[in-house]
Design a protein around this ligand. Structure first.
Ligand SMILES: *Cc1c(COP(=O)(O)O)cnc(C)c1O
Length: 374
């Protein structure tokens, strides 16, 4: 499957060998334990350790993260379970971890937890590869690119080379790009981590996360951590995620194409400032993004005059839900400053482009903007 296109790979990813009278994708296996006599060895023993529905999904994600390669994926109950699964399984008291200063809004909580365990945490912005200056002596470098919600991009290959030379492991939070937008392991990272709550599953109805690594020893540490904390996905969620992967290429291609069209349309509007989309020619992220991304994602960020203008714009949209999260087939947008966790202006809007007809969506946005600034 390594030579096929993304769409072909997505519809077949992780499917078991065809069996006469069997379903294409076996249904979710609801089991706390499995029949097991004699020595307690796998593959299936107890439901906190393994489940056949996870196995299919983990193979599927692995095939998308690193086509044709031998990798190991561990699925988690949420993106944060996956993030914690890497950080808390790999670092010890006295270690140094480098986090992005502008990453996901729960990272400051992770930082507090790491510091409570005696880990030194350094932060630096994603843009300009500023994390390079903080790597010396680190055990692990955590990268988020494109960053959420600022959409800055860093050069993953360059940061990996510096981190590895300094003896540090590298994890990339690939949530925004999805495995079809960027393949962190090919760029040299040790861990590709994502919240599959977002674009990877894309329907806004489940929480899920995963970690993929090449090194079996690193993978074993992550798996062991999942067993220790029990942050396991339910079989139904895992099955829904696998089913959703089959349309990943269709969804992401449509969403990325429309996101670029929206960014281009917004670039023509005088009332829009601070417009960011890595796929936009002239965006500060574009030069590096084209070298490491295969698709530029479904999120467009921009700034309106103030809180009131942004609120009027969001309320005026008819095809776009005012909601957090991103990457789903239904467009969502929100005024990001309402959460208080990100360093963004009051009028900052994070817009997640869905799978609506592009003309409908662009017309809705243009009308809501006209009304908001009138
Ligand atoms: C949403 C998100 C997470 C956390 O994922 P959950 O599934 O909500 O736990 C982590 N990183 C990024 C970049 C995210 O957008």
């Amino acid at each position: 499957m390594s030579t096929t296109g993304d769409g072909t790979r997505a519809v077949r990813a992780g499917l078991p060998e065809p069996e006469q009278y069997g379903p294409t994708l076996p249904g979710p296996v609801f089991a706390a334990h499995f029949h097991l006599s004699g020595e307690p060895v796998g593959p299936y023993t107890y439901g906190r350790e393994t489940n056949p529905t996870w196995t299919h999904l983990e193979r599927a994600i692995g095939e998308l993260e690193a086509p044709g390669e031998q990798v190991e994926t561990t699925v988690f109950a949420s993106g944060m379970a996956a993030v914690s699964g890497v950080l808390l399984s790999q670092v010890r008291a006295g270690d140094i971890v480098v986090l992005p200063a502008d990453g996901y809004q729960a990272l400051p909580l992770v930082r507090e937890q790491l510091e409570a365990y005696g880990v030194e945490v350094r932060t630096a912005p994603t843009g300009g590869d500023a994390q390079l200056a903080a790597i010396d002596g680190a055990r692990l470098l955590w990268i988020e690119t494109p960053s959420n919600p600022g959409l800055d991009v860093c050069d993953v290959r360059r940061l990996v080379a510096a981190a590895h030379a300094a003896g540090a492991l590298v994890a990339v939070d690939n949530t925004l790009a999805t495995p079809l937008g960027q393949r962190p392991l090919e760029l040299g990272a040790d861990f590709s981590v994502a919240s599959d709550t977002k674009g990877t599953t894309g329907h806004g109805d489940i929480l899920l996360g995963h970690v993929t690594c090449r090194d079996p020893q690193l993978a074993a540490g992550v798996r062991r951590w999942r067993k220790v904390v029990g942050a396991i996905p339910g079989p139904m969620e895992a099955w829904l995620a696998h089913r959703s992967l089959s349309t990943l290429q269709l969804r992401i291609d449509r969403q990325c194409t429309t996101a670029l069209a929206l960014a281009e349309a917004l670039s023509q509007r005088a009332e829009v400032t601070g417009l960011r989309y890595p796929g936009l020619l002239g965006d500060p992220s574009h030069r590096i993004a084209v070298r490491q991304m295969r698709r530029f994602g479904s999120v467009v960020s921009f700034v309106l005059a103030d809180k009131e203008t942004a609120e009027r714009f969001l309320a005026g949209l008819r095809l776009v839900d005012d909601a957090t999260s991103f990457g789903g087939v239904r467009s969502t947008a929100e005024r990001r400053a309402r959460w208080g966790g990100d360093a963004v202006p009051e009028g900052f809007v994070r817009f997640s482009v869905g799978a609506e007809d592009p003309a409908d969506l662009l017309a809705d946005v243009a009308r809501a903007l006209d009304e908001a600034v009138r």
